[in-house]
Ligand binder design. Structure first.
Ligand code: G16
Length: 545
């Protein structure tokens, strides 16, 4: 079959962000836009000939069209086989698992994660390498460089593949296997968690949970694992049908966007003991107890402290890692248990080397992502099953488990304030002004707080020595409190300024404060130092988590 060679001109905006290339659907639908980026990925790969590619996405608008285009381009590039999730559906962690399990050359995951979907929403493409993890910075740079050089892309002639039907197909000499999207992932979860104990808890009649799939990719996974395999009552999974526009919602599992779940758990007479949600592509999670929110940072710390209660980690964990803005709660666990602890820049790709080298077993980020060495992505349902396994072992409530954790390790009050869609130019002025102040901040007194150190975070990868600069501005106080400023790398409109606030409280009698009240002095300092209102016109954040 002849391969078509289509002449094209490069786009100048195909620089992958924190997690792949995210743009509006409108941008992705521009003639040749998707094709150029996919060709740029293929052009940076060695040894495609005959290898396997994993392909799937979160089911959002444009997923199906994009799948057909990528299949044709994969055939033209010389892949021997594409393993495709049924209906074009694969959660990000499930795709990571398939890459590892079937020794693929890599995978393309179609998702803009927690960003809104639909024709007016966002789309995204990310490439994961043979270890199953997001392409490291060296590769995303190479893809960007290749995208600027593209003069043509290669594509096999049209031959639509019936992606909804399980089975094997052939396209221009390439095999396409349409597989069940859930089975391999479920099998992996069964090797990690005590399914019998979790099933007993879920079927006891004394424990009620709700899992909010937010009309995104985890719907089929959660129905199958929680309801069908573990026997939780039907209705445990809400919003379980993936929709191209996520039902008009924002598939971001946090207190602001998972409103319905929050209302269920926070109702005065709520009968639900455990609530959880996941995002567009299934890698994020939110954990709730009855009228109780677990910060992702605390969640990572609790899982690390209790890991040996779970069969997959019974022999102990090698170490933990957290992204720099994530609270230091996990560090306290690591110190007490004598574990190695690493601080990386924001972005799951930075955990890959540590996981591959066996330096860490668990890792996580404040942005509602936690994971382990079972795949090379954060994993929403894995975190939910981990919590269920702990609840089944401890026979205690989420709130009690977290409160006893605080009593033992102290509490890291933590919150993130997001100022969304501010003018890019304003954001850059703010960041430059902050950078300019850094040398003069050390030693400065703000009320009861003294600045110990202020810098722009630089990370040196302990495995390959690569250096990543400008990964967030840190103001570190003498008492361990921190203010971090960063511009998001996942937004598609203007700039999002993230302000991360953290304060450590060792005294258990002070663990009942309102989070925002506990952090009010730090917020005031952040607003003052960064001149947020003056430079952006914003009095307060749009989203507070
Ligand atoms: C992505 C990355 C995460 C990162 C998050 C927020 O998550 O995979 O590592 O923490 O974005 O990034 P930013 O603060 O730059 O917006 P996801 O779930 O969107 O893929």
């Amino acid at each position: 079959m002849t391969i078509q060679i289509i002449k094209t001109t490069p786009f100048d905006d195909q620089k992958p962000g924190t997690s792949g290339l995210r743009k509006s659907v409108k941008q992705f639908k521009k003639p040749d836009y998707l094709q150029t980026f996919v060709q740029a990925i293929f052009n940076t790969l060695d040894n495609i000939g005959g290898s396997t590619l994993i392909l799937g996405g979160d089911g959002r608008y444009f997923n199906r069209e994009a799948i057909q285009i990528i299949l044709r381009m994969a055939a033209a590039a010389g892949f021997g086989r594409v393993i495709l999730g049924q209906g074009g559906i694969l959660s990000t962690p499930a795709a990571s698992n398939l890459i590892r399990k079937y020794q693929a050359a890599g995978g393309i995951i179609l998702s803009a994660s927690h960003n809104a979907g639909g024709p007016e929403g966002d789309f995204g493409v990310k490439f994961n390498g043979p270890n199953g993890g997001p392409a490291p910075e060296s590769m995303t740079e190479a893809i960007f460089a290749a995208s600027k050089q593209i003069q043509e892309y290669h594509i096999a002639p049209i031959q639509p593949i019936p992606v909804d039907k399980l089975g094997s197909y052939e396209l221009a000499g390439m095999k396409i296997e349409v597989i069940d999207s859930v089975s391999d992932y479920l099998a992996l979860m069964e090797t990690i968690f005590d399914f019998n104990k979790i099933a007993a808890l879920l079927q006891s009649g004394k424990f009620k949970m709700r899992f909010d799939a937010m009309h995104a990719v985890t719907g089929p996974y959660a129905h199958r694992i929680l309801e069908q395999r573990l026997g939780a009552p039907v209705g445990t999974v809400i919003h379980g049908q993936p929709l191209a526009d996520f039902g008009g919602g924002h598939p971001d599992p946090n207190q602001a966007h998972a409103k319905e779940l929050m209302n269920l758990l926070y109702a005065r007479n709520s009968e639900i003991d455990f609530g959880a949600a996941s995002d567009g592509d299934g890698d994020r999670n939110m954990i709730l107890g009855k009228r109780f929110f677990v910060t992702p940072s605390d969640s990572l710390a609790v899982l690390a402290a209790n890991a040996t209660l779970v069969p997959g980690y019974r022999n102990g964990i090698a170490g933990v890692a957290r992204s720099m803005p994530t609270s230091q709660a996990p560090d306290r666990v690591a110190a007490k248990l004598g574990l190695a602890c690493y601080e990386t820049p924001t972005g799951w790709k930075f955990f890959g080397n540590l996981l591959d080298a066996g330096k860490i077993t668990l890792c996580g980020e404040e942005s509602f992502g936690i994971g382990s060495d079972h795949v090379r992505e954060k994993d929403g349902l894995w975190a939910v099953l981990f919590w269920l396994n702990l609840l089944a072992e401890k026979q205690d409530s989420v709130e009690n488990i977290v409160r006893s954790h605080w009593a033992e390790y102290g509490r890291n009050y933590y919150s993130r304030h997001d100022y969304e869609e501010i003018e890019l130019q304003d954001a850059n002025v703010l960041v430059d002004a902050l950078l300019g102040q850094l040398p003069s901040l050390a030693g400065k007194q703000f009320g009861a707080l003294t600045v110990d150190k202020a810098d722009s975070f630089t990370y040196t990868d302990p495995v390959d020595g690569s250096v990543s600069k400008n990964q967030g501005i840190r103001i570190l106080f003498a008492d361990g409190s921190r203010i971090i400023f960063r511009l998001s790398g996942t937004g598609t409109q203007g700039a999002t300024l993230r302000v991360y606030l953290e304060k450590y409280e060792p005294d258990a009698s002070k663990h009942d404060q309102d989070v925002q009240e506990a952090l009010a002095d730090l917020l005031a300092i952040a607003q003052q130092v960064a001149r947020i209102e003056e430079l952006t016109g914003r009095e307060a954040a749009d989203v507070i988590t």
